[in-house]
Write a protein that binds this ligand. Structure first.
Ligand SMILES: Nc1ncnc2c1ncn2[C@@H]1O[C@H](COP(=O)(O)OP(=O)(O)OP(=O)(O)O)[C@@H](O)[C@H]1O
Ligand SMILES: [Mg+2]
Length: 290
């Protein structure tokens, strides 16, 4: 290679080097731009998260105030209807009894709805007190059995509480647990035209216990399994049209289960029935049993 050739070769190399230097420079500035974009997006996301948090807080306090304020008038409607039905102010005609009973029934439903809303608002605002204590499963089951006896109006449906086997004493908030099971059971009864609603308690290996409410009712299609545990979700069905409800029960149950250190779960096949279960630690963590 002579000197000219060598110089030309060198020049070529230098050109190639310059080219790739420029290319990488371009790439770098492109990357920097993308980075800036990502940062801007992050900031926007942060702002939106903050807005969402504020909106949730507002919603919670609105719910809390509203449902609290509703209680007084509802209760006065309920006591007045009771007075009327007790004939304190004299006799009622048959038609009046029907009408007043209707008002009473609606006021009761309204009161239940307001209680649910208030509970939900309290949970969301982190204002729910968990008060754990030792208790026996059998006692909880028999209390539930007593509670549901008066509402079992469909003779084609059996409500069965299976004797809990080997389930030790629990240390948790029995009222919250009962609230979760009550909602599962009342749902199961609502959506089961015939067959069994079965309540069981089973010990898991890892210091947890699972309560299940299984039914032979209408079941739930898979696409709804997740969203049912969110506020106000209801699945449309011919049964649903005849029933009332707000769609808050399951969402509240999920939140209560989390407060008890556990979780809820749904297994269901459309048309065959459903199993709603809640799994919680036998002993609430962080709480010191005395
Ligand atoms: N055992 C079940 N079988 C079939 N569908 C069910 C069952 N349990 C719940 N669902 C469906 O899930 C929906 C939500 O239940 P959830 O308890 O949250 O509300 P709700 O019972 O409609 O009203 P609320 O409990 O607030 O009075 C129900 O409306 C129903 O569509
Ligand atoms: Mg319900």
């Amino acid at each position: 290679m002579d000197a000219d050739e060598q110089a030309a070769r060198l020049q070529e190399l230098a050109d190639a080097l310059e080219f790739s230097r420029r290319e990488s420079q371009e790439l770098r500035s492109e990357l920097e731009e993308t980075n800036r974009g990502v940062l801007a997006l992050y900031a926007e996301l942060d702002a939106q998260a903050e807005q969402l948090r504020q909106a949730t807080e507002l919603k919670s306090s609105f719910l809390a105030y509203m449902s609290h304020e509703f209680r007084t008038p509802i209760n006065s409607i309920r006591s007045i209807t009771r007075l009327l039905l007790d004939r304190v102010d004299g006799p009622l005609t048959e038609e009046q009894v029907k009408q007043v009973s209707f008002v009473q029934q609606n006021a009761t439903e309204f009161a239940e709805m307001v209680d649910d809303l208030l509970d939900l608002a309290k949970v969301e605002a982190g204002r729910v007190e968990i008060s754990p204590a030792w208790f026996e499963m059998v006692d909880l089951f028999s209390a539930l059995r007593g509670m549901f006896k008066p509402v079992l109006t469909n003779p084609a449906v059996n409500l069965v509480f299976e004797e809990p086997e080997n389930v030790p004493k629990l240390y948790t908030d029995d009222r919250k647990l009962s609230q979760i099971l009550r909602n599962f059971i009342s749902n199961a009864l609502k959506f089961t035209p015939r067959g069994d609603v079965r309540v069981t308690a089973r010990l898991q290996g890892d210091g947890q216990v699972t309560f299940s409410v299984s039914d032979t009712g209408i079941g739930i299609a898979p696409e709804f399994h997740q969203s049912l545990f969110e506020d106000f979700t209801q699945v449309q069905s011919p049964l649903q049209k005849r029933l009332r409800g707000t769609g808050l029960g399951l969402s509240l149950s999920k939140k209560l289960a989390a407060l008890l250190g556990g979780s809820v779960r749904l297994d269901s096949e459309h048309g065959k029935g459903s199993v709603f279960s809640v799994t919680i630690p036998i002993q609430l963590e962080g709480a010191k049993p005395e």
